[in-house]
Structures are given as C-alpha cells and as structure tokens.
Write a protein that binds this ligand. Structure first.
Ligand code: AIR
Ligand code: ASP
Length: 253
C-alpha cells in the first residue's frame, strides 16, 4: 500500500496529505505534553476521544455558521480537514481566571471575569508560545487589522457556543484556545477555525463540584486524564460506550 505523505508532526497530532488537493488528514495521537513538552506521557485512548470530541464541536460550530476546517471523520483517530494557512497565533478566550492569567495578574483561580478576555500567544515552541499584543501581531505582519476583527468575532462566537453547550451538561467553560487559518475562495480570503477543540485545549470544570475535566488533570497529576475526557464525552452523549477503555473482544460460541 502506498505510504501517505506526512506533512507535519506536532505534539498531539500528525498531519498527512489528504486524498484530494486542499485536504489534510489529521491523526490524533495518544501523546500528552504539558509545559512546552517538559512533561510527557502516553494516555491510552486520548487520541480517540479528542478526535470524536473535536468532530462534535466543529460540526456544531459549522451548523451555526461558524466556519471550521472540519470536513468529516474518517475513523477512530483520523479526520479529514480543509487545508489552510495557520495564523501563527494561539487565540485564548477566558471567562474565569485560571492558569497563566491567574499567575500573571495574581487573580484567584475561578474568579469570574468582568467580560470574556481574549489573549494572543505567538506560536513558537522554542520561545514557549509567548503572550503578544495586537501591536506585535500587526507590526510583524502575522495578521492584518481586518483579520484581527474577524478572529475576535470567531473566538467570541466559539466561546458562546461552547459555553452554552457545556453549561447544558453541568460544565463550566473556564477558558480555551483556538487556532485560526486562512482559506481562499477564488479571490477572497476567509478565516476558519482550525486545529482542534477538545479537553486538551479547554479548561472544563464541573459546575457543582469544581472537578477538573481537562488537560490540567495531566498537567497537575490530578487523576486519570482518560476518565476525565470520557466523562465530558459521556455527558455530551457523543461517545459510544465501547470507544475508550475498550474491553477485549469476547469469543462468541
Ligand atoms: N492552551 C494554550 N496553549 C495550549 C493550550 N491547550 C489552552 C489551555 C487553556 C487556555 O489555553 O489548555 O485552556 C489558557 O492556557 P494558560 O496556560 O495560558 O492559562
Ligand atoms: N500543549 C503545550 C505543551 O505541550 C502546552 C500545554 O498544553 O500545557 O507544552
């Protein structure tokens, strides 16, 4: 069988050339990293869960008119996505203080923010994805002012959609990160949500107990990451029961 061409391998995903021009196959690995890959492990089943969850969120976003790269899921670990030029920014939206915002500004984790706060980090592993402002983004030509307006609009729509969806299953969307890419339709450029949306890229807390159901479980050794992600999937009703912690096949006589 012909070997697919690998385009890029990141910390949690591999991108392969897709079957048609302008498409990419996105493969979700079980690898987990944190703190710019200082902490690493393999979490069995994580790739399957994130593939399914990212599909679920992106399909929902497409359904309300928020454009994303998602085309279709191919199998347990792979999805077909539209190729795009990734803008080299991590776009973070925060509803409650946590993580680096709490550290930087000394605001207690869990404090409700006066309004959603949008932040940008420059995507560069060697630099540890540093926080940047719109000044840097404009001056270095990473995105235009029009792009930035579109990015904020996209990010806030994703925030509203994801917050509502999560609230409905008793989960608080504390913050999340998205990546955005450019696609060209004839002479026109559009921006679409790319990469992934999953518990790897969001902070998700149980509304009643405050239990963490996201990658912080791995970052801070709070228990089983696969169990946390499975719980998110279960509440959303997106995971067929057998998909993680798969039971060994049984012989049927
Ligand atoms: N994030 C940022 N870079 C990679 C990821 N996954 C996400 C975190 C968190 C949000 O962005 O998972 O949901 C803010 O992260 P931090 O570390 O800046 O507080
Ligand atoms: N994904 C990044 C890393 O591998 C950052 C993080 O999620 O903590 O370090």
């Amino acid at each position: 069988m012909a070997r697919r061409k690998k385009i890029y391998e990141g910390k949690a995903k591999i991108l392969y050339e897709g079957p048609e021009p302008g498409t990419i196959v996105q493969y979700f690995k079980d690898d987990a990293t944190a703190f710019n890959a200082e902490k690493k492990d393999v979490i069995e089943g994580k790739g399957v869960l994130n593939n399914r969850l990212s599909e679920y969120f992106m399909v929902g976003l497409n359904g309300i008119g928020v454009p994303t790269h998602f085309i279709k899921r191919l199998n347990m670990r792979e999805q077909l996505v539209r190729a795009c030029e990734i803008i080299p920014l991590e776009i973070i939206v925060r509803n409650y203080a946590a993580g680096s915002l709490s550290k930087r500004l000394g605001i207690e984790e869990g404090t409700a923010l006066p309004r959603p706060i949008v932040e940008y980090c420059y995507k560069d592993d060697k630099l540890g994805d540093p926080l940047v402002t719109e000044e840097h983004i404009g001056a270095f030509g990473w995105a235009s002012q029009q792009d930035m307006d579109d990015i904020v609009a996209l990010a806030l729509r994703v925030n509203d959609y994801m917050s509502g969806l999560m609230y409905g299953v008793g989960i608080r969307l504390v913050d999340f990160k998205i990546e955005v890419g450019r696609v060209y339709d004839g002479d026109y450029q559009r921006l679409i949500v790319a990469d992934e949306i999953s518990p790897d890229s969001c902070r998700l807390w149980d509304i009643e107990t405050g239990q963490k159901l996201d990658k912080d479980v791995f970052r801070h050794d709070l228990g089983s990451l696969a169990d946390a992600y499975t719980e998110v999937a279960r509440r959303l009703g997106v995971m067929p029961k057998q998909a993680t912690h798969m039971a060994k096949p049984k012989l049927i006589n």
